[in-house]
Design a protein. Structure first.
Length: 111
């Protein structure tokens, strides 16, 4: 992946505790071919190690990274991060903390 130092994307991430929710906004370098999960990992590794999110396989098989990105439910590991992002839990009320959620029942039944 080629890193473009001249551009960045704005990423709003839902932060949730059992008592409240709000968005945190981050500026992240725009990297060609980077996934939404790659953006979340960049934020965790370089900006905010307190950010909570799920992932496992990173190849679109386990569904643990399921999220709502710009209003659409997707797998964060297989969705490209080409433009500004708003990242939320895949379903209202599903978050335990930040983007960490209980898996949907249909996925739980496959595990
Ligand atoms: S991490 Fe497994 S589907 Fe995304």
């Amino acid at each position: 992946m080629a890193k473009d130092e001249t551009q960045s994307i704005s990423v709003k991430v839902m932060r949730k505790t059992p008592k409240e929710k709000e968005f945190s906004t981050y500026e992240v370098p725009k990297v060609e071919g980077q996934s939404v999960l790659g953006v979340l990992k960049y934020i965790y590794d370089n900006i905010d190690p307190g950010l909570g999110f799920n992932y496992s396989c990173r190849i679109g098989l386990c569904s643990s990274c399921i999220s709502r990105v710009n209003g659409k439910v997707v797998l964060a590991c297989t969705t490209l991060a080409n433009d500004d992002l708003v990242i939320e839990p895949y379903k209202e009320g599903a978050a335990v903390r930040d983007l960490i959620t209980e898996l949907p029942p249909v996925i739980k039944s496959l595990i």
